[in-house]
Design a protein. Sequence first.
Lengths: 306, 396, 652
Amino acid sequence: MKNKRSLFALPYVVWMAFFVVIPILLVLFYAFTSAAGGFTLDNFRNMGSYLVVFTHSFELAIIATLVCLIIGYPISYWMAKEGPRFQRIAMVLIMLPMWMNFLLRTYAWMSILENTGLLNRLFAAVGIIDLGNLINGGLNSLCAALNGAFGLSLNTARDTAMTYFQMINTSGAVVLGMVYNYLPFMILPIYSVIVKMDHSLLEAARDLGADSVTTFRRVIFPLSLPGILSGVTMVFVPSVSTFAISRLLGGSSEMLLGNLIEMQFTGTTYDPWLGSAISLVMMVIVVVCMYVMNRFGEGEEQAVML
Amino acid sequence: MAKELIRLVDCCMAFDDELVLDHINLYFNDSEFLTLLGPSGCGKTTTLRIIGGFTTPTSGEVLFDGVRMNDIPPHLRQVNTVFQRYALFPHLNVFENVAFGLRIPRTVEENGKKSKKKLPEKEIRQRVLEMLEIVSLKGFENRRISELSGGQQQRVAIARALVNRPKVLLLDEPLAALDLRLRKDMQSELKRIQQQLGITFIYVTHDQEEALAMSDTIVVMDQGKIQQIGTPEDIYNEPKNAFVADFIGESNILDGIMHQDYVVEFFNRKFKCLDKGFQPMEPVDVVIRPEDVDIVPVEKGQLRGTVTAVTFKGVHYDTIVDFKGFKWLIQTTDYHEVGKEIGIVLNPDDIHIMHKSQYSGMFGDYSSYSEEYDEINDPTYIEEEDGNLGGRGDEE
Amino acid sequence: MKGKNRFGRRLSMALVFLFLYAPIFVLMVFSFNDSSSRTVWQGFTFDWYKELFQDSIILNSLYTTLLVALLSSAIATVAGTFAAIGFYNMKRRWRTPLLTINNIPMTNADIVTGVSMCLFFVAAFGAWNAFAQQFNADHVAQLPTLAMGFGTLLIAHITFNIPYVILSVSPKLRQMDKNLVEAAQDLGCTWMQAFFKVVLPEIKPGVVNGMLIAFTMSVDDFVISYFTAGPATSTLAMTIYGMTKKRISPKINAVSTLLFVTVLLLLVVVNVREVRQERAKKHPARQQEKNPRGKKFLLAGAAAAVILLLILSNQSDQRVVNVCGWGENIEPSLIEEFEKETGIKVNYQTAESNEAMYSKVVMGGSGYDVVVPSDYMVSQMRQEGLLAKLNFDNIPNYELIDDTYKNLSFDPDNQYAVPYTWGTLGIIYNTTMVDEPITSWSALFDPKYAGQVLMINNPRDAIGVALLYLGYSVNTHDEGEIQEAYELLRQAKAEGVYQSFVMDEVYDKMEAGEAAIAVYYAGDFLSMYDNNPDLAYVVPEEGSNWFVDAMCVLEDAAHKEEAEAWINFICQTQSCLANMDYIWYASPNGKALEEYPAYYKELYGEEMAPDLYEVMAAPADVLARCEAYDALPPEVNAIYKNLWTELGIKDG
């Protein structure tokens, strides 16, 4: 009886075999194939020169994930403590931007961060840029004075007046884009774990003498770990592999793994074999990271999403 | 002489406009096993939560040793709770669950200096193991909570609460989720632990049998009011009103008139009884316990009726007898077949007289016998109390 | 104390929401801006909305996005629910590994999922098409050939949506009382009836939630669509991504605003309804209002709408041609005119650079019919056998092409390519942002302009200008020379000379004054000059590249005849004139080039400035110092490729 019902999964299992398993195997196959068609390890041997891209991507993704966690956790926690009406509205507000494609949202940031963008215009209007120049000018003359007096060669970073803050095409802008786009992916799982937490557990902790700080540290936080893990995964993975955000907000000065892979497939340097190899290495690193992290928060049930 | 530990003075509690507790006055003595008994929604759990510090009464005072405690948070009260669904921490094993309270640094006053102190690991270990032994869970220290049976989880919850050596242990329907056999075992176990440790247990239940079996004192509550306080025997033998009479055990409750001391009239017949102190000709409720009625041949009976239903109950038969349209439940060891006419005899000490109350006329008639009876006896019937147990406490 | 805490908490939540919504708000405000500027407010207008509703590309992609989201979430919901039931009933031994596989699309990086599916479709379709070709040659019955398109896009979306549905349905199944189905069967239901009457209502919240997530994910997706949609299909995100490389039209703001407002209204309606229903539950007397029939009607209506959409979208009999050109490189009205004239539908896609176009083609499954590579790329593709010989009987207008553009080295026998445009590569600079007129490529390597230079983002042109500056030929095969050119670029990059490497983004940036100097093509300069007269163009004294872009038909094109019809249409003098007026690239149609100033005068009522005409149609003395790109041998191409990747990853 029971086994018969399990046949309902059969069509999907076949589907998975075709559209999940075989494609991944193809990536594996390509990664070990040369352009000429034979087996090769060259794709991996050449990987060394891309180490910079790997470290840079992971660096930015880790920063973005941490920022998301630092912002997302308290927000989720406070949200879960509000009344049901507030929670419902807040959930809708967090989900709503996702219904606009994430490229639209990223594009919105472009016009804010550009050198002649809204923020720089605002800074100029408020006088922050002038202030910056003033300070810089002051420093410059101070340096000059000191240099003159003591024969030093002090220097400030900038010796001409600036007309804008460089924000777009920097790593910062890329991290901002990641945080902006993926913050909901951090908030939602953490929130859903906290909101489902059995209230009597918190009462029990209080009853056993824990004050609110201890209750948080020893009960709420450990119990919300599955949500955190799931949130971290959901922010980290797309961050480390993005190519649109880095392209739009980082210009071409921010080459991330995603850009590198995209370049090999549809970009200027056609080399799907190398692209597959890079994808494979990235996949393996991510899986290993996730595995280690899951061991760290071991034993908790599969993290729940949304 | 027993020492008073906790006192509730004129406590009222209102959620929205609904009065859940209505001027409760109650005190709890040292080393006492006290049970708050009542149907769901009667306010017993709310009372417990007020003592535990999870809710603050709308008005009135909570005194511990004469000191007002209304606004003291739960973690600063020397009271611990066993929750209805245990509320064990799923991320900790048995040992760590029990050790939870011990690992929290306490403020200790030494020579007028206040300092936070942690218990040494050795002492924690010793106390936890000791407590696990008391609740018969030796050797289970490293188990995960999800690997335990319901009864074992229950024991962990008790150990976790007791290891802090509270003066008072609050138990909120702790056995409700267990099956009948386990419940019986745990009842005696709890009683044993209470006696062994000599601390006060405040126990909330809706199960009258449980209350009678374990308690030193029973507080019967309904609709936010205390209906009666007394020893199990008092409560059973001398119920104060129709509600208590019906809720504790089985009762036939009739309208009667108290002619004078020791004489009551019902079914147009006067009976001798042992009660006094009523107004002459005062209308009263008369309680007759089913097991007190003697069935005799028709001609010898003070009253006569017809058997309408018989159910075999193992030790006895539940026999429903129709007296002029009013049906009684009578428990006998002899079998009387349906349709047979019988007589009954009531001795003066079988008759208990109560003042009329708001509950008069609501209980004690077995005309619609079956449903009510079944419900009371259904062991798997678990009530949801107040609805604010497992909730997130939005209503607070 | 408590109140203060609460205030602080709410304030920080408000700040986060502000962070989430401020950009969207900006986007919406500027959809009403009476200028194409994205940062300066110049008055209120509805023009962008009007234009939006005439822009078939954006509307089509919006339609594709919504259709894919609807279909994929609907299919994924049904399939996922059944799969979840299957998994639920499965032995643990089987379930665990299958669920792990199921989790792959969710946990894997989007780009890996996209790339892997792309590889799969290419391989599968390649094999199938080879088989079909063989089969069709031998049999009367014809098998269709397959290409990536809406179907593959849909499959991809279904594939990444199903896991979310399973994730959302499974917990509900686990929570369900195991005896429910048995109870229903006991009462006389078949299993199916039990499913619909008992199980489905029980797991409904999970199913609905799963569908919602699936829909959201589908709408939000860009990366996977990007790799699986093929040439003729484009989601909104892909269109935007294509546009961000060029001038971003505020039409995008308008479409965002509409999307946002629609979703907002939808959510408000749903929530108000939910709140009402909850209230109704509290007051049962008012509950009879609820009308199950109405709900069924609604469902039936929605289903009918979806089917209708499907039928409408499935006009497969129509003749089509898939064209891959450059961004802003065709007068849009020409497409409409062609479609009207011939009844052939044009799917016009753009590639970013020759190399990017080449990648898509060589990867296979691109589905393009017509491509417009530059000279050197024509040779390369011709040599690799990617191009088809043209049937010039179908292209009578070829004779209008000036002889200068025939018999060129990339197509010596005039068999494969029909020239489309020609022009020069040069420096575009903002006269207000530099001290003196620029005449040399040296400006691109001068630390004086740190952060002010936009370098062109393709290896041939970028390394080419460095070679020119060094005095080498752009066609050199000498590795040392190329290496030297690379070093020059690398050092300039390290010194922060380059603000970024761009292709069509150059429009937006130069017009807005984001950068002072850029390397780009003459025709594009003229487009930019239209919007920012401070700009100037120069073909540096060291010489430059003279290029011809030519229309070619791919060897594996499915619509060769249509492709030739398109090429023929474009060669008409009238088309060339209109095109020149729009894209400002010189036409190889001699008559058109000659007539252009007159055409301009007629159109705008004023003379065209001669110097601007000279930028477009470079005079002989300028052409004399220019050199065309030749195809490079594979080993030199490999050097370019490696150096280029290396340049990209070197920290600036």
